[in-house]
Design a protein around this ligand. Structure first.
Ligand SMILES: [Zn+2]
Length: 384
């Protein structure tokens, strides 16, 4: 059994399994009928594309799917063909009741591998970590482990699984190489791809995959995860509303920087030049900062539009997302006739979209930040 190691593995990232109980529930709600169907038929699509909004933890669920596919209890292959070699290795009799169990056992050798992130038959490909100002990419080199095992089936698990996270970040070269592999399906090979932005997934790859869409995480779930991670309840509640089911964004929001600049945004709404300058400095530093301010202003625009279009129905107060800034936003609207028109808010919405578009272009970020923030100050009116 002992084999000499021919290469050193890159540093291993921590396991994403077991899934957070709430996240698992969220996915099982949608996927249990499919799991049952796959178990009963003994079939699983050769290649699937799991889509859904950013930060909804579909990548974690994809890891769960790998565990589920290869677990000696839940795998559709083992349940369907009890005579298979792997099943007999354990000397077990076929047990039909297992077919109704959609969850992995957590104790078989494959589950242990999954939980320890020590996969043997799963090749996990993800974008290289993002360099400041550039999106992380999946380059053709990352696909070498696939190419080098072509023609070989799984060594111990029921399936050999190629899991490609955020597949929209593949370079054209990488996507073409992957496409060739997808076009020549091999026995017991399964491809699981995930993507948040399907407009960036080549149509040739889309057409080779069965697509499953996953929902954003609920406010309640996001809140409970934040509280578990030590965020106080009131803040967790606000962040859960602000992050619209994106747990990555929620985690960023929970950090100190975010709240400091939220105070500055409130001050900009009160026409503070110095707060505007601080924000411009911050947003001008890098793409992540600029994105953070854009996201916050976009949510304020949504609330502003809601309040302005609701002006005539003064007896009903609409529910704002930015609960903590409610007073500031209301004051801001009352401070000027201009702010009471939908036009002002549509203009700000347009600025935001334009700046989002320009964000990765080689433009001066400080100027972009000024374009974003200055229009919020009531320069001519100078009134509060
Ligand atoms: Zn298992």
């Amino acid at each position: 059994m002992a084999r000499a190691k021919k290469f050193t593995r890159p540093t291993k990232p921590p396991s994403r399994l077991p899934l957070h109980e709430g996240i698992l529930k969220h996915y099982l709600l949608e996927f249990t009928p499919l799991f049952e169907n796959w178990q009963e038929s003994g079939n699983f699509p050769q290649s699937i594309l799991l889509t859904g909004t950013k930060g909804n933890r579909k990548e974690d669920f994809a890891h769960y799917l790998c565990q589920w596919l290869n677990c000696h209890v839940s795998s559709p292959k083992l349940n369907f063909s009890p005579e298979s070699e792997t099943f007999n290795l354990f000397g077990e009799e076929p047990n039909v009741s297992k077919m109704k169990n959609p969850t992995p056992c957590g104790v078989c050798p494959e589950c242990k591998r999954a939980l320890g992130n020590n996969w043997i038959d799963v090749i996990n490909i993800r974008p290289e970590s993002a360099v400041e100002g550039r999106a992380g990419l999946i380059r053709i080199d990352a696909l070498v482990p696939i190419q080098s095992t072509l023609g070989f089936g799984p060594s111990e698990a029921p399936f050999k699984i190629i899991l490609i996270e955020k597949c929209e970040t593949m370079t054209t070269q990488a996507a073409n190489a992957l496409l060739k592999t997808l076009e020549e399906p091999m026995k017991d090979w399964i491809f699981i791809l995930t993507a948040s932005d399907t407009t960036r997934v080549p149509s040739t790859i889309m057409s080779r995959c069965q697509r499953f869409n996953s929902a954003p995480l609920s406010v309640a779930l996001t809140k409970s995860i934040l509280i578990r991670d030590g965020v106080e309840e009131e803040k967790a509640n606000l962040i859960a509303h602000l992050s619209s089911g994106n747990l990555d964004k929620a985690a960023d929001m929970a950090e100190g920087d975010y709240w400091n600049h939220r105070q500055n945004i409130a001050a900009v709404l009160s026409n503070s030049n110095s707060a505007a300058n601080t924000l411009i400095e911050f947003a001008g530093k890098n793409v992540a900062h600029l994105n953070q301010i854009i996201d916050q202003l976009e949510l304020i625009v949504k609330d502003g539009l809601l309040l302005v279009t609701n002006q005539d129905h003064s007896n009903t107060q609409p529910h704002l997302v930015n609960k903590d800034l409610e007073t500031s936003i209301n004051k801001f609207i009352k401070s000027s006739k201009k702010h009471q028109t939908s036009l002002f808010w549509f203009d700000r919405f347009r600025d935001i979209q334009e700046i989002r578009h320009k964000i990765h272009a080689p433009l001066n970020r400080k100027i972009l930040s000024q374009e974003l923030i200055i229009p919020w100050l009531s320069l001519q009116e100078g009134q509060r």
